[in-house]
Design a protein around this ligand. Structure first.
Ligand SMILES: CC(C)(COP(=O)(O)OP(=O)(O)OC[C@H]1O[C@@H](n2cnc3c(N)ncnc32)[C@H](O)[C@@H]1OP(=O)(O)O)[C@@H](O)C(=O)NCCC(=O)NCCS
Ligand SMILES: CC(=O)OC[C@H](N)C(=O)O
Length: 322
């Protein structure tokens, strides 16, 4: 019955698992899968009531409801499990990882294929609700709390309600599949792309009208002669870099920890709200472009510091104005 394989799967996919005895006794997800195998074989022998009763007893013991008609592949692992519901015509492939509260539900009242098909190697995050006879493609990831009502292509990550594709589909290693905190954010990505295009358009318009901001036009020598402060100049252009999640610029948000100027080379050290920030590349590109727009600066390095950002770094007047 593949019990050894099931235990190996738990060791592979749950870092909290310590011993075989613990896995045998304390993993309701495993108990539910084992009881489902019994229920499903009764169902295939047309012993519908006995099958349903077995599934019901399993639900009472584990909090996991798998209809006996559902088809589950090998090494499917339900971690924790309470609140999981898998409908009658659902099909789940091999090596699928399911967390608590996942629903593979139907959207039709007719007795037909009405539940999802989940292909091999899919990860369904806690509370993910997948509805209708749709297909979640091989290797796809569904973010916690998402509601999926459309098919998902292989290797894609979907998040949100209703779930949308986030980021470029990419096959990921098992260790990355478990990085549930690093899912991309499709809405933030679109907003950051719009802000980026807006800022490029503004720059083109200013160049066209000859109205580039003063500091960017003054040569290095003249700035030094006039006592112009290079740091201030850099901070001034960085105020054009807006955080797409908060709508405030990175200077007033206190994201800019230091600016180190060495001749024509500049290092900008940023502290972000999270090291898993889904728009890190947007920040890096914007900062680089803005600082390089200053006359006499040739190289810009943007460093994301591994230290916590706190609200006390924010310019409070900006928040009051906002
Ligand atoms: C809400 C519901 C009834 C809508 O069904 P529908 O009228 O056939 O709607 P459609 O599938 O045509 O979708 C219409 C729009 O609503 C969105 N949508 C559908 N269901 C949604 C949900 N649950 N949450 C958020 N958005 C939803 C769709 O994305 C679509 O948006 P779009 O027009 O921008 O593309 C259905 O999706 C649902 O949630 N049914 C409940 C199923 C359930 O709980 N089953 C039991 C499981 S145990
Ligand atoms: C799990 C689920 O979809 O439940 C709804 C209904 N009982 C059905 O089987 O379609």
């Amino acid at each position: 019955m593949g019990i050894r394989e099931d235990i190996r799967t738990v060791f592979k996919k749950d870092p909290a698992a310590r011993s075989t005895l613990e896995i045998l006794c304390c993993y309701p997800g495993l108990h539910a899968i084992w009881m489902h195998r019994v229920a499903h074989s009764l169902w295939n022998k047309d012993l519908f009531f006995l099958a349903r009763l077995t599934s019901h007893i399993s639900r009472t013991l584990t909090g996991i409801e798998i209809h006996p008609g559902a088809k589950l592949g090998k090494r499917v692992f339900i971690d924790h499990g309470s609140g999981v519901v898998i409908g009658e015509t659902a099909e789940v492939g091999d090596d699928v990882l399911i967390y608590m509260g996942v629903v593979l539900g139907g959207t039709a009242l007719e007795r037909k294929k009405r539940h999802p098909t989940v292909e091999n190697d899919v990860v369904l995050g806690s509370g993910a609700i997948v509805l209708g006879p749709i297909t979640i493609g091989k290797g796809a990831k569904v973010g916690a709390g998402s509601v999926v009502v459309r098919s998902v292509p292989p290797d894609a990550t979907v998040v949100g309600v209703p779930a949308k594709i986030a980021g470029t589909p990419q096959p990921s290693a098992l260790s990355e599949q478990l990085d549930h905190n690093k899912l991309p954010d499709p809405v933030l990505t679109v907003i950051s792309q719009m802000l980026d295009r807006l800022s490029r358009l503004e720059e083109r318009l200013q160049a066209h009208e000859g109205t580039l901001p003063e500091p960017a036009q003054i040569s290095v020598e003249n700035q030094e002669k006039s006592g112009f402060n290079r740091d201030e100049q850099i901070y001034s252009v960085l105020k054009d870099v807006i955080d797409p999640a908060i709508g405030i610029d990175i200077v007033n948000l206190g994201f800019v920890k230091d600016v180190i100027v060495d001749g024509e080379n500049v290092d900008v050290n940023l502290v972000l709200t999270t090291s898993a920030c889904p728009v890190i590349e947007y920040f890096k590109n914007q900062v680089k472009r803005k600082v390089l727009s200053i006359n006499g600066i040739e190289n810009v390095t943007v460093n994301i510091l591994d230290e916590p950002w706190k609200w006390d770094r924010v310019n409070k007047q900006t928040l009051q104005r906002g």
